[in-house]
Design a protein around this ligand. Structure first.
Ligand code: FPP
Length: 247
């Protein structure tokens, strides 16, 4: 029996989010610089996107660059931005061909003008695709996002457009950069670290968490299958009892 046969296609997570970690350590193991790790991470990105599309996962969010990543050495930030632009340019026709829509979350205005322009071009070109939505988290952090949404909400209250009593959980969700997407049901982190690192804190309230020791450049199709099989073995109770879920 192939590992893929163990997946129940009728119970796929609708949205998978991934913290792609371990590029630097993988490169170090090869005696190479960190940038070599990021370059090889692109192959894992491609394989993961392809696998999600083949299976029928509807949304995939990748943590590609955090607000905190701006503090890395200038050369690494620059190389990561160049890699993003070159990958987006090279892969947009592939996204088109495979009916995949590109989207982005985060403080997009803080990106370098050419990165922002290329990203927005690819988002516009793929806007009508319907198979899988690939969401890149860029200059993203959850605390930035929640703070930003609070500023927008408070301004509406100040202008008399919103009554504080009408601030609900749904209203907060609608003011996050993820407003157009459902919450992730499965969050994967590679590289054996057990942290969330300021990623989608609000949105993962009920997500299943999956940690693998694999470093991101080593993450392959079968690793994603394993994560989904593990997800499907769990009982998701959303605060209810097991008896209420399985009467
Ligand atoms: C974390 O590994 C990885 C990143 C900060 C960048 C991820 C970027 C890519 C995989 C390449 C481009 C992505 C797209 C979507 C085209 P790390 O550097 O923190 O690794 P370490 O913890 O071992 O140092």
């Amino acid at each position: 029996m192939d590992i893929i046969d163990k997946i129940d296609i009728s119970r796929l997570p609708k949205h998978i989010a991934i913290i792609m970690d371990g590029n630097g350590r993988w490169a170090q193991q090869q005696g190479m610089d960190r940038i070599f790790g990021h370059q090889n991470g692109v192959q894992s990105v491609k394989e993961t996107v392809e696998t999600c599309a083949e299976l029928g996962v509807e949304y995939l969010t990748l943590y590609a660059f955090s607000t905190e990543n701006w503090q890395r050495p200038k050369e690494e930030v620059s190389a990561l931005m160049d890699l993003l632009v070159s990958t987006i340019n090279a892969e947009t026709p592939v996204l088109q061909k495979n009916n995949i829509r590109l989207a982005a979350i985060g403080d997009i205005d803080s990106l370098r003008p050419n990165t922002k322009a290329e990203l927005e071009k690819a988002i516009a070109e793929t806007a009508h695709n319907t198979r899988l939505t690939l969401i890149l988290a860029l200059s993203y952090s959850s605390r930035w996002e929640i703070t930003n949404s609070l500023q927008i909400i408070c301004k509406k209250v100040q202008e008399g457009k919103l009554n504080p009593e009408n601030i609900t959980s749904d209203l907060i969700s609608q003011h996050l950069t993820t407003a157009a997407f459902p919450d992730p049901e499965l969050l994967i982190r590679t590289s054996g670290e057990y942290r969330i690192s300021n990623f989608l804190l609000w949105q993962i309230a009920y997500a299943e968490l999956y940690f693998t020791p694999k470093l991101w450049p080593e993450f392959r199709k079968n690793d994603l299958y394993e994560a989904i099989i593990d997800f499907q073995s769990r009982e998701r109770r959303f605060g209810k009892t097991s008896e209420q879920i399985n009467p």
